[in-house]
Design a protein around this ligand. Structure first.
Ligand code: AMP
Length: 113
């Protein structure tokens, strides 16, 4: 199976504006930002989507959720932000590597489209 674009970013085969990296996750700016701040947070483990999470991923998922507010603070999103995880075709998922969108820097409408 061919690598996803996010795996290629992890492997440094294509460039990205990386804002955070540690042993478990990588965070980088979305190439097509939907808000003034739009960051993607991904596990280094190639989990295709939230549908593919298993019990042994609990520590990874916990780490992602604990990293997200730290990144939001680093980005100055003091007025709030949104975290989005798209899953599957109806959910709008286009890259089959689990990712959390952090969107902020403007008021965000609800409901989403
Ligand atoms: P989703 O539609 O939830 O699967 O989100 C995938 C996101 O990846 C979209 O917001 C794209 O703009 C973003 N994206 C695709 N390719 C790249 C890339 N090379 N670097 C950064 N973001 C990307």
């Amino acid at each position: 199976m061919s690598k996803t674009i996010f795996q290629r970013i992890i492997d440094r085969e294509i460039p990205a504006q990386i804002v955070h990296e540690d042993d478990i996750c990588l965070a980088f700016r979305d190439v097509n930002p939907q808000a003034p701040t739009h960051i993607l947070v991904i596990p280094k483990k190639p989990i295709p989507s939230i549908d593919h999470l298993v019990a042994e991923d609990a520590a990874t998922v916990s780490h992602l959720w604990l990293t997200i507010p730290r990144l939001a603070a680093d980005q100055g999103l003091a007025d709030g932000y949104r975290v989005v995880v798209n899953c599957g075709s109806d959910g709008g998922q286009t890259v089959d590597h689990l990712h959390f969108h952090i969107l902020g820097g403007r008021p965000l409408a609800w409901p989403p489209g």
